[in-house]
Design a protein around this ligand. Structure first.
Ligand SMILES: NC(=O)c1ccc[n+]([C@@H]2O[C@H](COP(=O)([O-])OP(=O)(O)OC[C@H]3O[C@@H](n4cnc5c(N)ncnc54)[C@H](O)[C@@H]3O)[C@@H](O)[C@H]2O)c1
Length: 257
């Protein structure tokens, strides 16, 4: 068990990739805190991980930095420390460029960019004094591809790429690694919703659009969150102690173009 005696906080752990990472961390022996918009979603993940009894479920909206700070404090009060922080929480809004309003911009950036940044600093405040930590952020191929119908998403995640490098450089002397995982197009929630919104926007048949978006991938299949979660296990493990500032592609070659 590679994460035994480590305490991990998975933010956005109530569904999708965050849930898959929580399940994988539980199998690797980590003490587990899961945060999501509702405590019920986080609790469901803990139950699936067999940690309903000893895990910590938190309601947290990362658009509100005070909730992030309160969540991290709750983790340290419960477990005495925090070793690993993974932030999977994000939103993707489909808007043609001229339909992006300041409100829609803020709805994306307040979670994906500002929220992600304050998750990193809140975790680092606990990790810096003890000279150990693993911070994992989640980016997307959309930071490097043209995505005119969800440009705010791609741009907000480009901020994550940038923060990951800056934080990695600042905290490397203090035993904290900071890496980002870039999943390819995964099965489940966020992509299903994106397909639905794109089909609505373009007037295309949903099944045909989803099929063509899958067949356009180099691997011709979507990746399972559980496959991507294996990267989060490795990056949090002692084996990856010398790995930092990486953009860890799990995209099945998507960025080849
Ligand atoms: N799905 C994909 O194909 C894909 C591809 C590349 C990158 N990503 C990234 O991977 C991560 C996980 O994606 P997913 O497909 O598992 O998404 P998902 O929508 O299935 O899960 C995201 C979770 O985050 C939570 N969340 C949303 N806003 C929040 C907020 N303000 N505060 C706290 N929690 C919040 C949601 O409730 C949900 O449980 C995201 O960062 C996403 O941008 C996804």
């Amino acid at each position: 068990m590679t994460l035994k005696n480590r305490t991990a906080l998975i933010i956005g752990g109530g569904a999708g990739l965050g849930r898959a990472i929580a399940l994988a961390y539980a199998r690797e022996g980590a003490r587990l805190a899961v945060a999501d918009l509702t405590a019920a979603a986080a609790q469901e993940t803990l139950a699936l991980a067999g940690r309903a009894g000893d895990g910590l479920a938190l309601a947290m909206n990362i658009a509100h930095p005070a909730e992030i700070r309160a969540g991290v404090l709750a983790v340290t009060q419960r477990f005495g420390t925090l070793d690993i922080m993974v932030n999977c929480a994000a939103v993707c809004l489909v808007d043609p460029l001229l339909a992006v309003t300041p409100e829609r911009w803020d709805a994306v950036f307040n979670v994906n960019a500002r929220g992600a940044f304050f998750c990193m600093t809140a975790a680092a405040e606990v990790m810096l004094p003890k000279k150990f930590g693993r911070i994992i952020t989640i980016s997307t191929p959309a930071t490097r591809l043209a995505v005119p119908n969800f440009a705010t998403y791609g741009a907000s995640k480009a901020a994550v790429d940038s923060f990951t490098k800056s934080c990695a450089a600042a905290w490397a002397p203090h035993g904290i690694t900071v890496n980002t995982i870039v999943p390819g197009r995964m099965t489940g929630g966020m992509v299903d919703a994106l397909d639905r919104d794109l089909a609505k926007l373009t007037g295309q048949d949903l099944a045909a659009l989803a099929e063509s978006r899958t067949k356009s991938l180099p691997m011709q299949r979507r990746v399972e969150p559980a496959e991507v979660a294996s990267a989060a296990v490795w990056l949090a493990s002692d084996a990856a102690a010398y790995v930092t500032a990486e953009r860890f592609n799990f995209t099945g070659g998507m960025e080849l173009g």
